[in-house]
Design a protein around this ligand. Structure first.
Ligand code: SF4
Ligand code: SF4
Length: 429
């Protein structure tokens, strides 16, 4: 469990709306077995906002946090309306400044975007993230509305609102959104990359779909080292991005992996070995662990804490939040023996879940991740002169070599599963 005296987080995902104007079939909020949203208020109340901000202030002062990030999230956060967002940001600044500087971002499906929304984001300094999976056929496979109709045309119309806003503005006055896309291994990653460029997006964040050992992607076997469609897709995207000399867009996942390969120690909840510093507050004030854990079962993230009664640090005493905070350090036997674990960190926590072992598993995407990490290492180190690599004793690791090392390490030194009891406590045999 995390040591509450030392642990802290610097980011809260604020579920200001608990419903959505569309109904993506892969959505962990609504379509993966967790129905707790039905008992959540549709919108966060003023009382919850005010109390949460006071808790954030106390947390930041206690831990000396200089910058604190609010991710305005849902459901669809724009359903709360412009007045709500304006008031939220103003209150947060009033409560936190000057001791802590609040930073704001919003993740939207873009369907409701208009000129007033974009002007508001600019006025309030809110970074905008848009969810779109790729070209029309790819996006519309899963990102559909409540009538089952694809949303691509409406998302692109939303992105156009941003471009229209920027058209007569100086660069400093413009708003440039990033995009989150869920990897679809049946799609073409090279086409996707160029499509995002054509849409004028400056940054993209590919994420793996949220599955567990209890609910695996179709035709996918996590034990199969030869069939790694998700890793292969990311590798093809990386190659296109890496060789793109002209107007390259930012791909946060690749940037983070390269920084880790070059010695950075910071990470995220998907890569690296750092402590994870994010917590979720639901519309009713419930303090929860990362929302994607909802794929583990109905009510999985509910631990009975609420900003109306509890300080944030108390959440670190709950087993799930404590486990999540340390999830990139507390690894199963296989990950402890893995030669790329300092880069991979065992993958994103929901992808490790099985009823039998809890989180004491490698990611279901393990071998794809291992291929991705070794591939990026090879491409990046391949830029260096061979003599320099030899002199520094740095070895380029292929997937085959990494896999062989993993097997040897497992045989020679069966790793001490230091954290196994904690991780296994989430199993429900
Ligand atoms: S836009 Fe987001 S919250 Fe809404 S259904 Fe799609 S994935 Fe879920
Ligand atoms: S590549 Fe696989 S074994 Fe290695 S750290 Fe990642 S999930 Fe664990």
């Amino acid at each position: 469990m995390a040591d509450t005296k030392e642990s802290m987080f610097g980011c809260v995902v604020v579920k200001i709306a608990s419903r959505c104007n569309i109904n993506c079939t892969y959505c962990y909020m609504y379509n993966k077995g967790d129905e707790t949203y039905l008992s959540q208020p549709k919108k966060m109340s003023d009382e919850v906002v005010d109390t949460m901000l006071q808790r954030v202030r106390y947390h930041c002062l206690k831990h000396g946090i200089e910058y604190f990030r609010f991710v305005l999230h849902g459901g669809e956060p724009l359903l709360t309306g412009k007045d709500f967002i304006r008031t939220f940001v103003k209150k947060a600044r009033r409560v936190l400044l000057p001791d802590t500087k609040p930073v704001f971002s919003i993740q939207t499906n873009a369907l409701l975007l208009d000129q007033e929304w974009v002007a508001l984001f600019k006025e309030l300094g809110i970074h905008v993230g848009i969810s779109i999976d790729g070209v029309k056929e790819v996006n519309d496979e899963y990102r559909v509305d409540h009538q089952g109709k694809g949303t691509y045309d409406r998302v692109v119309a939303g992105i156009q609102q941003l471009h229209d806003f920027n058209a007569d503005k100086a660069p400093k006055e413009q708003v440039h959104p990033g995009a989150i896309l869920v990897v679809n291994p049946d799609s073409d990653p090279v086409e996707a990359y160029h499509h995002f460029k054509e849409l004028g997006l400056k940054a993209i964040k590919p994420v793996l779909p949220d599955y567990t050992y209890e609910d695996l992607p179709e035709n996918f076997d996590p034990e199969d080292t030869t069939h790694t469609p998700f890793g292969d897709w990311l590798i093809a995207l990386f190659d296109e991005w890496f060789q793109d000399q002209e107007n390259q867009i930012r791909v946060s996942l690749f940037k983070e992996i390269i920084e880790l390969l070059l010695g950075s120690e910071s990470g995220t909840d998907t890569v690296g070995n750092d402590e994870v510093g994010v917590i979720v507050v639901e519309t009713d004030g419930g303090i929860e662990t990362v929302d994607a854990l909802k794929v583990c079962g109905h009510g999985f993230t509910k631990e009975g804490l609420n900003v109306l009664q509890h300080e944030f640090d108390e959440s670190l005493d709950t087993s799930l939040a404590g486990m999540y905070f340390m999830s990139k350090k507390q690894l199963c036997n296989q990950c402890q023996a893995c030669p790329v674990n300092e880069i991979c960190g065992g993958g994103f926590i929901p992808h490790r879940y099985s009823r039998k072992n809890g989180f004491n598993n490698p990611s279901i995407y393990c071998y794809g991740l291992m291929k991705l990490m070794t591939h990026i290492q090879g491409r990046v180190l391949g830029q260096f002169p061979k003599a320099l690599l030899e002199e520094s004793g740095i070895e380029i690791l292929t997937f085959e070599k990494a896999y062989q090392m993993l097997q040897e390490n497992l045989q020679q030194n069966p790793a001490e599963a230091t954290y196994a009891p904690l991780l296994e406590s989430f199993g429900q045999p």
